[in-house]
Design a protein around this ligand. Structure first.
Ligand code: MN
Length: 247
């Protein structure tokens, strides 16, 4: 099995090494990742300049750095390798829960895999106060991969690991509104600057990704790339459209 590894923290992040070490127990591994950090870049692609794909050294792994986004890395990585069976992204230094999935570069790499016809799994862990203890998380990442490889119908999956997991929970995405506030300040030159902050507004609902991680569980959320609102579409399809009524 060919496993392509990407991330958004950059190719020299400790998280990508931890993930590649676990992935190597399951198949042939190649790392293709951004040359610098691309966190919160979402699913951006580089369309106005060319990309480079340069051999680099990440431990013993076959590794390439790309001057682009996480999605770019998966696209060029799949092209250069002639395809892969599985794309893993992470392990991100920081959780990717709830509404953060719209901004996540880690998840975008997994989404790009699915858009290209492969499977994509994103891994993230808490990293607010100190660097994660990846050696302690690796057995849990391996357990999650064993579970997910037995479920080939799950094409796009988002996995979040608390620092000391007590087990696995299947979850849905928390969709509570967040506080997307702009914090204003001044730079050392006295110029106005702005920081976009993303803080959950309320407590997470039971059964969601955020709830699981807050209670010490590994959260595994099956996702899909189809954004269609099926409930609204069914309502609209059942009723005549307003333009027909006006005729
Ligand atoms: Mn990141």
């Amino acid at each position: 099995m060919r496993i392509l590894i990407a991330n958004d923290d950059g190719i020299y992040s400790p998280g990508i090494i931890a993930l590649a070490e676990v992935a190597a127990r399951f198949g042939e591994v190649r790392i293709v990742a951004p040359d610098v950090e691309q966190s919160s870049m979402g699913h951006a692609i580089t369309a106005n300049r060319p990309l480079s794909y340069l051999k680099t050294r990440v431990k013993e792994f076959d590794s390439y750095r790309v001057n682009g986004t996480p999605a770019d890395c998966v696209a060029v990585g799949l092209h250069q390798w002639g395809g892969a069976d599985l794309i893993l992204s992470g392990i991100n230094l920081g959780l990717n829960l709830g509404s953060a999935l719209w901004h996540s570069g880690t998840l975008a790499a997994a989404k790009q895999a699915v858009l290209s016809g492969a499977r994509g799994i994103a891994f993230s862990t808490a990293a607010e106060h100190e660097e994660p203890m990846f050696e302690k998380l690796q057995p849990h990442v391996e357990a999650v991969l064993k579970v997910l490889l037995r479920q080939p119908s799950l094409q796009l999956v988002n996995v979040n690991l608390p620092p000391e997991p007590k087990g696995i929970r299947w979850t849905r995405q928390s969709i509570r509104q967040y506080d997307g506030r702009m914090v204003q300040g001044k730079d050392p030159m006295g110029r106005e600057i702005y920081w976009f902050t993303v803080v959950p507004v309320r407590e997470a609902e039971e059964g969601t990704d955020r709830w699981a991680v807050e209670h010490g569980w590994i959260s595994i959320t099956p996702l899909r790339v189809d954004l269609t609102n099926d409930i609204e579409l069914a309502k609209l399809a059942a009723a005549p459209t307003s333009t027909e009524g006006e005729k």
